[in-house]
Ligand binder design. Structure first.
Ligand code: MG
Ligand code: MG
Length: 283
């Protein structure tokens, strides 16, 4: 495919996905407005799902499959249902989290979103994250900047961890296998930054970095659908997303740092390394 036709193809993917995600907003919002959405647990007591997660994912897959039969899918709820491991090939693949932040959704905190990413040849080229409660549509396609409701956004200019407000995901401490690592990292980062926020949705947190409300975010042990949409939005907003130890991160195992500037990413990597070497909790 020539560069020009690939560009047109990606733009078309972006436009169709944007419209579909927007249409799914009111459907998810209907569930949010109910005092307490019906929910069930999935893999663990803290892993919740509602009928709206499934409904939104089915609608997105159905719409995208109809428009683009050549594309593949990695969707959170379908993966959970099949008990399959996500596979990413070179084919155009939509990576979907129908509701990121389901606990927020159930508890009526506004910080949840619909997140859609598209990877082609294992590279993220489209990112769409929509927060229906506040009507914030974050979007990007490769090489064309990042937008909030159609207006360009950019990351902050922060270059020093001491003046940074850092996003974290406190709930990872729930998981016994990775608890120590996350407690150490959380304490290390919180002790060295200007502020720490745990929002309860990785995709929303990534967008807050993209628009400059947060300066950076460190996250491990999440899933491709939590990160795929937001990662491209940060890159297109002028920030960077890399592996927690430096270098490129893996879409399938997104252990990563998102940062407004390379200097900040370097500070984060250093602090994470220091935290991982701690044998006692002496901060
Ligand atoms: Mg989800
Ligand atoms: Mg999620």
């Amino acid at each position: 495919m020539s560069d020009i036709s690939e560009k047109q193809t990606i733009h078309n993917y972006y436009n169709v996905a944007l419209e579909l995600v927007m249409k799914c907003g009111p459907i998810a919002f209907e569930g949010y407005e109910k005092a307490e959405a019906d929910f069930q647990t999935k893999s663990a007591f803290y892993d919740l799902v509602t009928i709206y997660d499934k409904k939104v994912e089915d609608l997105l897959i159905e719409g995208l499959q109809k428009a683009f039969p050549e594309t593949k899918f990695i969707g959170e709820e379908n993966t959970a249902e099949d008990k399959s491991e996500p596979v990413l090939t070179d084919a155009p693949t939509w990576i979907i989290d129908p509701i990121d932040g389901t606990t927020n959704f159930i508890r009526r905190f506004p910080n949840w979103c619909i997140s859609v990413g598209l990877a082609i040849r294992k590279e993220l080229v489209v990112g769409i994250v929509y927060l229906p409660v506040v009507n914030e549509m974050y979007s990007a396609w490769k090489g064309h900047g990042a937008y909030l409701n159609g207006q360009p956004i950019s990351v902050s200019k922060c270059t020093n961890i001491n003046s940074a407000v850092v996003g974290t995901e406190m709930s990872l401490i729930q998981r016994p296998a990775v608890r120590d690592k996350h407690v150490k990292r959380l304490c290390k980062l919180a002790s060295n930054c200007s502020g720490c926020r745990s929002i309860g949705s990785a995709a929303v947190t990534l967008c807050y970095v993209a628009r400059g409300s947060l300066d950076c975010f460190a996250v491990e042990d999440l899933q491709p659908w939590d990160i795929a949409g937001g990662a491209l939005i940060i890159r297109e907003a002028g920030g960077l997303v890399c592996h927690s130890k430096g270098g490129e991160f893996s879409i399938l195992k997104p252990d990563c740092i998102a940062a407004a500037t390379p200097e900040l990413a370097k500070d984060m990597i250093e602090l994470i390394n220091e935290a991982d070497q701690l044998t006692e909790f002496t901060f």
